[in-house]
Design a protein around this ligand. Structure first.
Ligand SMILES: C[S@@+](CC[C@H](N)C(=O)[O-])C[C@H]1O[C@@H](n2cnc3c(N)ncnc32)[C@H](O)[C@@H]1O
Length: 279
């Protein structure tokens, strides 16, 4: 099946685009929508629809027999869409309780957030490391295929409306200080302390085609693999495995697992979808 994706900010993912990534490798998020009756009803009504319309992000999918259809879908709330304005999501707590004590034993620490999107994940880690007094010996790399989300990540701003939820997450993840200490308010945005960025390198990297660029003590690759088909997942798992030091940690998303991958036997399972490379 040929898939075409048209999402503002995801232009570089377009089939044949500069990323070198064949969209057919993406396990459809689309699979779910493809099965949905709403989509078929919509497709039947507008078989040749292919344009982004309105302000909401829109996916265009080619379905055999239906032509390209356009699916309106909010970026916040599902599918590829969740660019995440949430800080301190799992495995933040496990990072604090399980990983940090181990990182403490290394004089220098390298951390990779692969598929970091708009950066909430890496800023959460930076806050954690600051609070634990480890930040200065850490180098963090935050990569994504999409330059547009990286630009947003570099700004380090979060919608103010999300801060109540973020504060709750912070407390649940055993936050150590008053969370408000980590941001200032500008208009409708929370601007994260620029000092948090000091040891973070934001860079474009395509997990489907690019190679590793270092060896890491911790890699977080959350909610990225679920969008890949099996072959691509295996490729990325190999890349992540090869990029971890022995006894390094891998953090995945809530619906992702190392089980049933070629590297299952090489990891020990820990809380919150965290895995430790043991072989
Ligand atoms: C659902 S977001 C997850 C963001 C973040 N890790 C989180 O859990 O909040 C998926 C991210 O993966 C990125 N992505 C998709 N395909 C990728 C690829 N081949 N290489 C690197 N990043 C990719 C997307 O651009 C998007 O930012």
């Amino acid at each position: 099946m040929r898939l075409r994706l048209v999402v503002p900010g995801y232009d570089d993912l377009r089939a044949g685009g500069g990323s070198g990534l064949a969209l057919t490798e993406y396990r459809p998020a689309f699979e779910d929508i493809l099965r949905s009756e709403t989509l078929y009803a919509y497709a039947a009504r507008q078989p040749e629809a292919r344009q982004f319309s309105g302000r909401a992000p829109v996916y265009a999918v080619a379905i055999p027999g239906c032509g390209d259809v356009v699916i309106r879908h909010s970026m916040r709330g599902g599918l590829i869409g969740k660019t995440g304005s949430d800080l301190f999501l799992p495995p933040t707590r496990a990072l604090r309780e399980v990983v940090i004590p181990v990182l403490r034993t290394y004089p220098a620490v390298r951390i990779w957030h692969a598929g970091c999107s708009t950066g909430e994940e890496v800023y959460s880690a930076a806050i954690l490391l600051r609070e634990e007094g480890l930040y200065d010996r850490c180098q963090l790399y935050a990569t994504d295929i999409n330059e547009a989300v990286l630009r947003q990540a570099r700004r380090g701003e979060v919608p103010l409306a999300a801060m109540r939820e973020n504060t709750r997450n912070y407390i649940e993840a055993a936050g150590r200080q008053a969370f408000a200490r980590w941001y200032s308010v500008r208009d409708d945005r929370a601007v994260l302390d620029p000092e948090l960025r000091r040891n973070i390198v934001f860079a474009q990297h395509n997990l489907a085609t690019d190679h590793s660029f270092n060896e890491f003590h911790l890699i977080v690759c959350r909610n990225v693999l679920i969008y890949f088909n099996r072959a691509l997942q295996d490729r990325v798992h190999r890349l992540l495995y090869q990029s971890l030091i022995r006894f390094g940690f891998l953090g995945l998303g809530a619906k992702e697992t190392i089980r049933f991958t070629p590297h299952e036997a090489h990891y020990q399972e820990m809380p919150e979808r965290l895995y430790r490379k043991v072989a």
